[in-house]
Design a protein around this ligand. Structure first.
Ligand SMILES: C[S@@+](CC[C@H](N)C(=O)[O-])C[C@H]1O[C@@H](n2cnc3c(N)ncnc32)[C@H](O)[C@@H]1O
Length: 230
């Protein structure tokens, strides 16, 4: 058997979008990546060293253009934030916003969040994981790409500290059903709060770009806070 036949095909929760990077986002990679960027390496991160202090760690997967992430970091200077995204224009935008806001409690990783969680995030190290408007993959044949799956929930439960929370939001009714089902089948989490609304009552988070897009299409929003079982 050759290498191609033995290599396991990985199903990822994203496709890299072509989106053009603007000159200012490109410059942000040159000047601000040394400030905010953390390189992906298959070795554990030491958060205390990374931030120069010990504080609760909040990790956000798929932060998009990062405006919500920067707002949260600015509003919670007593916590440290890690954002993971694969869309480079979004990362550039996020660094420009972070610089404008002068936040120092934020670091970004440009890589697949599953690999980052698996190889870089230590066991029991996160106080909270935010997953806001994950790609819904609405077509049935693409459901296997949805990030919320039993193996993902196991991985998140392992990386959260005791009583840590997994906070999710979606504007896709069919994904909301999938999330309710996946989480009710997991014995690692219990639902602390579930809220359906029309954009006016997000659960302790700022509104996001994709949320506004969903609302313009007339979608209802569903927000959850799941707590890790001890
Ligand atoms: C629908 S967008 C939502 C963006 C943002 N959270 C918002 O609400 O505006 C989903 C984002 O997740 C990112 N994403 C999907 N799977 C990912 C993964 N495995 N690792 C890192 N980013 C991922 C995509 O690149 C995309 O920007």
């Amino acid at each position: 058997m050759n290498d191609t036949t033995t290599r396991k095909r990985t199903i990822r929760s994203f496709v890299r979008r072509a989106g053009r990077i603007t000159p200012s986002q490109q410059r942000a990679f040159e000047t601000l990546w040394p400030v905010y960027g953390v390189e992906y390496r298959a070795e554990l991160l030491a958060f205390e060293q990374l931030f120069g202090r010990s504080a609760p760690i909040v990790l956000e997967i798929g932060f998009g253009n990062g405006e919500t992430l920067v707002e949260q970091a600015a509003a919670s200077p007593d916590r440290d934030f890690i954002g993971i995204e694969v869309h480079e224009p979004g990362i550039g935008h996020c660094m420009l916003k972070a610089d404008e806001a002068g936040v120092t409690n934020l670091r970004l990783i440009n890589h697949d969040a599953i690999e980052v969680l698996t190889h870089q995030v230590p066991h029991g190290s996160l106080s909270r994981l935010n997953l806001y408007f994950p790609d819904p993959w609405p077509k049935k044949r693409h459901h296997k790409r949805r990030i919320i799956a039993p193996s993902f929930l196991e991985l998140v439960a392992d990386r959260l500290a005791d009583a840590g929370t997994l906070n999710i939001a979606t504007d896709w009714a069919n994904y909301a059903e999938h999330i309710d089902e996946a989480l009710s089948q997991s014995d690692r989490f219990r639902c602390r709060e579930r809220r359906e609304h029309d954009g006016e009552q997000p659960l302790d988070r700022p509104q996001t770009k994709f949320e506004r897009r969903g609302l313009r299409k007339g979608h209802r929003i569903c927000d959850w806070c799941f707590q890790k079982n001890s």
